[in-house]
Design a protein around this ligand. Structure first.
Ligand code: 13P
Ligand code: SF4
Length: 334
């Protein structure tokens, strides 16, 4: 929605903004200055472009970001990530201003579960508890009992009695993986992430043949066949930690490419190879995450726009399952 080549942009119902930026401006320095002046914090996901990661106060996976949003004392949260992440921060901080550099930064996985259809699906399973992956809209969260992320999903499922029937939404790949890990038979919503479904099994095998000592590390949003080749499966924070602690010198990374920035920074002597997508495209770059740019981040913090605005009834209903996740995670030391 923000086109940095035109001077005026339409903020989807939040007014118009003059976005001309002096080409000589030290954007990094200006962002630092604005953060201090406004008592603002920048929370960034690992899939953001490197420049954004470098100006962030905290970089993390979805759980880490939600925990950081829960405890921040800043007046303004600038969320460098996608809409459901900023929305989660707003759900936890109704009195704070929560900004997202580009309001169009959505998520294909979140879009794969429209609340109206999900409600019909849920009504077919009246005794089931609903665990939803955090990559969903506030409308889906409001229909859920517990939220989870890729780093706590297995433990959250295991914290429930074995005979508890569960619906898991919206990611069928993560759900299949957790079913396998826990021996449960959760009913799965048929959603998926466009980025994690693009990896090629055949090309991954070929790459592994070329790099026989490389460890394959994959995100659980990938398909079962891809995960079957992985030496380690985990959230973005888990993948980063594994790259630090494992002795291998080469890693084939099966997730969005943004994570490579922190991997390379933390391990200068190691090589990280992005896993090959099905076509010769850059489809393992999330088009939603990459809508945010350093320029948009600067404009967002400067003008305090665009802002996440939520319906209070949905916000309150969506808060309960998030609080439940955060309290289970705290009890489990996650
Ligand atoms: P995590 O960072 O929680 O592993 O999630 C990955 C993801 O796809 C976020 O959109
Ligand atoms: Fe959504 Fe996939 Fe992009 Fe993550 S990587 S924001 S799950 S589309």
């Amino acid at each position: 929605m923000v086109d940095i080549n035109s001077a005026i942009i339409n903020l989807n119902g939040q007014g118009f903004l003059d976005i001309s930026i002096d080409p000589g401006l030290d954007i990094f320095g200006e962002i630092e200055k604005l953060k201090k002046e406004k008592n603002a914090i920048i929370l960034a996901h690992y899939y953001q472009e490197p420049d954004i990661q470098d100006v962030a106060d905290f970089i993390g996976d979805s759980l880490g970001l939600a925990q950081e949003a829960q405890k921040t004392t800043a007046d303004i949260i600038v969320f460098a990530g996608v809409h459901f992440m900023a929305e989660t921060a707003k759900i936890l901080n109704p009195t704070k201003k929560v900004l997202l550099p580009d309001l169009n930064a959505g998520c294909s996985l979140s879009d794969s579960a429209p609340p109206v259809s999900f409600k019909k699906f849920k009504d077919k399973y009246p005794d089931y508890l609903v665990i939803s992956y955090i990559n969903c809209s506030a409308g889906i969260k409001a229909l859920s009992d517990i939220i989870c992320t890729s780093s706590n999903a297995q433990k959250i499922v295991e914290s429930l009695p074995k005979d508890q029937p569960i619906i898991f939404a919206p990611d069928k790949n993560l759900g299949t993986y957790i079913n396998k890990q826990t021996g449960r038979n959760m009913v799965l919503w048929n959603g998926a992430c466009m980025v994690h479904e693009i990896f090629s099994y055949k090309k991954l095998l070929q790459l592994k043949r070329k790099h026989p000592f490389a460890k394959i590390i994959a995100h659980p949003e990938c398909e079962t066949q891809i995960l079957s080749l992985a030496d380690y499966i985990g959230s973005t924070t888990g993948l980063l930690k594994f790259s630090r602690t494992n002795d291998a010198k080469e890693f084939i990374v099966v997730t969005e490419t943004g994570i490579l920035h922190q991997m390379q920074k933390a391990n200068p002597g190691k090589t990280f190879i992005p896993a090959p997508p099905e076509n010769n495209c850059a489809c393992n770059d999330c088009p939603h995450m990459k809508l945010n740019t350093l320029e948009k981040l600067y404009l967002c913090i400067k003008h305090e726009l665009p802002e996440i605005i939520m319906d209070e009834t949905i916000r309150m209903a969506a808060r309960k399952p998030i609080d439940r996740m955060l309290s289970i995670s705290a009890q489990l030391g996650l």
